[in-house]
Design a protein around this ligand. Sequence first.
Ligand code: PHE
Ligand code: ZN
Length: 868
Amino acid sequence: MILLSDYQPPDWRVEALELRFELDPEDTRAHSRLRVRRRDGSAPGAPLRLHGRDLQRLSIAVNGAEPSPGGCVEDREGLLLSGLPDVAEIAIETRIRPDANTALEGLYVSGGSLCTQCEPEGFRRITYFPDRPDVLTRYRVRLEADAARYPVLLANGNRVDAGSLPEGRHYAVWEDPFPKPSYLFALVAGDLACVADRFTTRSGREVALEIYVEHHNRERCAHALASLQRAMRYDEEAFGREYDLDVYMIVAVDDFNMGAMENKGLNLFNAKYVLASPDTATDDDYVHIESVIAHEYFHNWSGNRVTCRDWFQLSLKEGLTVFRDQEFTTDCTLFGVKRVDDVQRLRAFQFPEDAGPLAHPVRPDRYAEINNFYTMTVYEKGAELIRMLRTLIGRDAFRRGLDRYFQRFDGQAVTTDDFVTVMAEVSGRDLAQFQRWYTQAGTPQVTARTRFDAQAGVLQLDLAQRTPPTPGQHEKDPLQVPVRVALLGRDGRRLSARLGGAPEAAEWVLELTAGEQSFQLRGLREPPAAVSWLRGFSAPVLLEAGQGTDELAHLVANDDDAFARWDAAQTLLRRAVIARVEDAVDPTLEAALTTAMAALLEDSAVEPVLLAALLELPAHRELMESFERADPVAVDQARRAVEQSLFAPLAERLSARAPERARWDDGAFTAEAMGERRLLNRLLAVRVAAGAEGALQEAARQYHEARSQTLAMGALAAVNESAECVRGELLADLEHRYRHDPLVLDKWFALESASQVGDGFARLERLLEHPGFRWSNPNRVRAVLGPFMAQNHRHFHRVDGAGYQRIAGYLERLDALNPQTAARLVIPLTRWRRLDEARSARMRASLEELAGKGLSKDLADVVERGLA
Ligand code: PHE
Ligand code: ZN
């Protein structure tokens, strides 16, 4: 176990690093030359730790001589060099086999290319080095390879030299002027097309932008390139951050464990987040590509120029960078509905994590395997903390704080404490209590009640908070929770009032800091018809305000905060599903919902994109969290039953409201067009779910006529739970048409694996035997196993446990190739505590069986925490 409290600054600095690679898939030689210097203040005689993993060491020399046997000791972590003078030059040669690297960490092969992935601890699989983020140094990298097979040779920074070598080989030399930790190192060698453009920074630096892809994909890079340019401009305008090298490169690879990686000047991307054309990528894909491109670009400051002292500080770069990419997508692409999408994701994925056996603080204080801490909590909840800081100190102070943070810590490796300290400084506020958000796990539960004193015109708001215990943290302290509220009058408009001594306003941020606390809004001339709570989702909490159906319906009809309006609808929908799960169908509630939805469908002032979101039921995963224990199949059925009963009476209105299909079927990347398509697809799905007449035929027509993939996929998603033969026909067509296109084929795999109709086990087996299936490709494996667990409730959760057993078997097999991906995919098997007793016991048994199998450290860590 690695503990935060054990952190020690490095005893040695690396003053310069020269790397030379003789690249070859079967036999790569890495020559490394480090100049190290004992750090002032380090323990006298302290040895130098060089991490190394699965390396074949060919030679090592210290100041030109082989070290004595005692001076260079090999252990589980790598090498320990002792007896060094205060300054030393170390030369090491290692041999690596990229073609045997299926874990996709370190140097590996994807397609015909050689590429690297070093974050967090992949560099130690390339050469011996102090592989920790607080050791920063300048890199000079020389790459040598066969010129015909690998015409493109890339590394971080600027290319300073290139030329040919005997025997058909060539070389390139790259220098990165910015000191960086080893996790930001990257190299690529391949036969790739380069799609290029330029960007001029606001201070006049000319930057070459280059996207490298396989030749046949060169027509699919325009969106990624345009996204990069928008992100660069946005970072200058919204955050005052400018790019700092002469070239910015992005390389797309098919085999990648994560979304993308922010290596200095040379991002590596999962091809899924680069390649797009209207007929192969949906609007969601376009939006994700834009946001991942922006995310990695924004890391150039939040992550690369200012990096993390240690991996416990991961959220320092990830929470902040997610916050920055969310702002970008909000301001440039999705506007109001972005917050709805993000909260939906947070509730469906982060809240369950925070309530389950894998719960951990945004800044963890211990880990067994750091790969397993690239989580929704570190990323998404981390971003919520940044947003709360902005709410608490105000936008101006926040912006000044960011400037000061980047200026003060440029070139350093720092902590989340450093970040919050700067925010406290610029705002003059005491943020000591706020720091608990970083150290305390679990989602706070906030309850809210109101009392109106008509005589005095005062609304009293009584708030209370409680955070449930999480593994290793039984007692919780109250947090500082910003609760943004407004009041709506009978006419649906906001009411003005005064909070404390502040001037009259129509929206307030209540700062809940105690376990229980009351606030008064004064000067109200009429009783509020509804309280709009937690506007903009001002804090990542579960808020329960005990509001009645009428009050919530009033918010659904009138709230001017898109999030709060959507959330009111979600609360009503959630109640309706819960009632059905508990066999207590609530006809009044469902009728009220139908009325509210009917009114929304008639209201032309509701934007299409928001309407689409308002018509959506809470996700299955989120609904499961409403119960101590639940039968997942019953929850799915209840959810579908509510959808049907709610929308069946609205069939005509649903068709009447549908946007004109031909007009919007163009794949245009504008908020308006994407909103219309989202509504089109949602209305179609709802009509199919409600069993509306002709809806299936309409879906088939939409699929066949679609020019944009958004509408084709919308049609497929709508019919995927239908037992009619149209489903099979459309899916077979998709498979055939896109059999040579891995990204679209992944969607076919996902749809097949998700569907609950027919024999899901037989289908799953067919998918795994499909000629396009490869255990070594994470996207493909995720496309098959992920949806099966997340959506195919009938099969995954079969009462006899057959679904769990199968998955456990597949994960054991995957683990032998790719531990990191196996450790992510096992997470659904850790949720056994929340299932009904029969399933719970069977899921646990499968997990226990898996635990006995000699697993990788990655998978064993998750399985063990899942069982604890
Ligand atoms: N640092 C990457 C990001 O969030 C994620 C990543 C982590 C990629 C580990 C690869 C390996 O942008
Ligand atoms: Zn990131």
